[in-house]
Design a protein around this ligand. Sequence first.
Ligand SMILES: Cc1cc2nc3c(=O)[nH]c(=O)nc-3n(C[C@H](O)[C@H](O)[C@H](O)COP(=O)(O)OP(=O)(O)OC[C@H]3O[C@@H](n4cnc5c(N)ncnc54)[C@H](O)[C@@H]3O)c2cc1C
Length: 577
Amino acid sequence: MAPPIGTTYHEGELAVQAKMGVAHTAAFRSGHQKTFLSKPVQEFFAERPFVMIAAHDAEGSMWCSMVATSDGTPCLSDISADSLVLKASTLRPNDALSGALVVGMEVGLIGIDFVTRSRVRVNCTVASALANGDVELAVEICASHCPQYITQRFWRADAAGTSGEAKGDEASARLTGPRGAPARFRPNARTVSSLEDVRGLIDGSDTFFIGSRYGRKPGDGDARHGADASNRCGSPGFVRVTGRDTLAFDNYNGNQMYSTLGNIVKDPRVGLTFLDWSTGDAVQVSGTAVIDFAPAGQGKEDGGERVLQVVTVRVTSVVVRVPEAVPGTWTKAQSRPLVLSRKVQEAEGTASFYLEAPPNTPPLAPFKSGQHMPVLVGGLNRSYSLSGPPGAKYYRISVKNIGKVSSALHELEEGEEVESLPPAGSFGPASLKPGSDVDAVVLVAAGVGITPMVSMAHAATMPTAVVHAVRNGKQWPFRGELQEISARAGVPVRLRAFLSGPTEQDLAAAEATAGEAEWKIAAKRVGVEDLLEIAKDLGASRPLFCFCGPLPFSAPLQAALEDAGIPAANIKSESFG
Ligand SMILES: Cc1cc2nc3c(=O)[nH]c(=O)nc-3n(C[C@H](O)[C@H](O)[C@H](O)COP(=O)(O)OP(=O)(O)OC[C@H]3O[C@@H](n4cnc5c(N)ncnc54)[C@H](O)[C@@H]3O)c2cc1C
């Protein structure tokens, strides 16, 4: 199937996507890139007390900086579809980008909510510099990204006047020299260090930020140019100092757009920032990067993540230490063991796992429908949507057996434990802002993508349709449970199934007349006309469409809905399965 949308990738990104054999998927994902900030994205940025930006300095070196308010108030204002004002005046005087943002400069910006693990990236240009040192940014491209590797952290603003004191329960300051000697530290002055001085911080990092650019060169046929800010997360060791002036990081399978690596192919200049979450200090590094596309199966022997590329950065500029760049108090989410109290086979290859708090331990934290839960198995971190009803005494995840972690889960016996992190995410009607005008919900899933939708159906508070695309009746999880939900729901919950490879038995079921609370089955692939019809049947004038499934399933339908006049803000998606 051809991707539905003209791509907005530059030739560096396209080259890496082609090299990695993911050009087709990436082309589908290009529809996630918008040339404006949708309403939900505007709301997301309106609540951010800090964002990371990437830009170059007067010498052309790339840097990444945190722009933050210390009191938890938003660091962006005057947000519209086309522009936003960045409180660049809050950059510390010794920050590498302090005073560097001039009119016409390309700026990459990324907002991350470390609690919900949501992140949105925007490529901008400085439209105007305000008298107070803030800058107005014009939006060029915006994309929301998958939460997969974001290390969850909780944050709270410091009380006035306490900024800079020892913070939170993150590990104690790691800005130490090679033998643990306290790092030299001169507040409010640019501090120049060697990489060796900050090895402890870098080698122990589970998160860092990277700025890169896709600069236009003379004779370059590519019209696009700009800067990108992004993040990388992993277990400590995934980024490490490898020499006197080199560091390297492992790159895992991500959203397959390859923005950062594509930029590096075009222009090797990068800026990396490491945060000491305990002291609030930031370390900024600037250099040039090279990509090793064949890291010889790293991570396989030790059971770790599959490393697709290793990026080595040769540090060409000074290392800048910015004291108190990171405001507030940070607490890294702690994992806890949960007991597998029940395991249920839902369909061919898919099982549900009911997880409960062990006896004499705190009860489970509440969750909202549409949220996911990271689980840790053999050093690997995988997220699974919660498929059970919010408020139950268990968390239920439902997993298709396809790889390392999913197969390990399928092998578990009842009574065994699973290490898990707190639920996170914001997907579906439970995440609508108060006062939203959405009047019905159409949940569209393919295969195991039904999992968050089951939880949403349990929690339905407005007319809802569940649309499930499956191959046949054997690979159709939650068929019975959703009928039970529909039969007793306080609002209409309609069920529609689309079977792409029906058996004789399925065809007979499709012929039968379905009751109000039963599945209406069609032996065909779901089309956009079906979705619009289903929304109309619900009596919806402002429906919210939520998609969950593989990109080649969701992306064409999402694009067709937009073409049919459904606002992008009313179309949400998560992709797996
Ligand atoms: C927010 C969110 C919610 C999710 N919810 C669910 C859910 O409810 N249910 C669910 O089942 N999944 C869900 N997922 C997907 C889940 O997180 C995992 O990605 C999935 O279970 C696969 O992990 P794994 O370790 O089993 O597979 P992996 O071992 O990571 O393998 C993944 C894929 O890569 C292939 N692969 C692995 N190694 C190689 C190699 N060396 N060369 C080539 N290909 C290889 C595998 O065949 C497989 O197809 C969700 C993901 C996210 C981000």
